[in-house]
Design a binder for this molecule. Structure first.
Ligand SMILES: [Zn+2]
Length: 103
C-alpha cells in the first residue's frame, strides 16, 4: 500500500509542499534576476505611473503572465516587470480580482 502524504493547507487552500516555486523566491538566482529587472526598468514603475523608486525593498518584481509554478515563465526576464509596492498591491490585485470574477 502506498503511503498517502497529507499536505497541510494554508488559509487560501494552498499546500506549501505541493508548490515548490514558493521557495524559488528565496534563491540567490531569483534575487539576482529581480535586481537585473529593476536595473533594466531603471527602477521605474511599469504600471504607467512612471514613479521611480530607488529603494528596492519598495519595488516588486512582478510576473506579467502568472507563472502558476511554470519554471519557464517564472525565470523569464521578458515576463518580469518592475512595479512599486503600492502600485502592485493596488491595481494588480484589482486586476486579478476582476480576472477571477470574470465569467
Ligand atoms: Zn505604478
Amino acid at each position: 500500500m502506498p503511503v498517502r502524504v497529507a499536505f497541510r493547507r494554508d488559509e487560501q487552500g494552498h499546500s506549501p509542499q505541493a508548490e515548490p516555486w514558493r521557495g524559488w523566491y528565496n534563491l540567490k538566482r531569483w534575487k539576482d534576476l529581480r535586481l537585473r529587472v529593476f536595473e533594466r526598468d531603471l527602477f521605474t514603475c511599469q504600471c504607467g505611473c512612471a514613479r521611480i523608486e530607488c529603494d528596492t525593498s519598495d519595488l516588486v518584481c512582478d510576473h506579467i503572465e502568472p507563472h502558476r509554478g511554470d519554471p519557464a515563465l517564472f525565470w523569464s526576464e521578458a515576463n518580469l516587470q518592475t512595479l512599486t509596492k503600492a502600485c502592485h498591491d493596488g491595481w494588480k490585485q484589482r486586476l486579478e480580482r476582476q480576472r477571477r470574477l470574470a465569467p
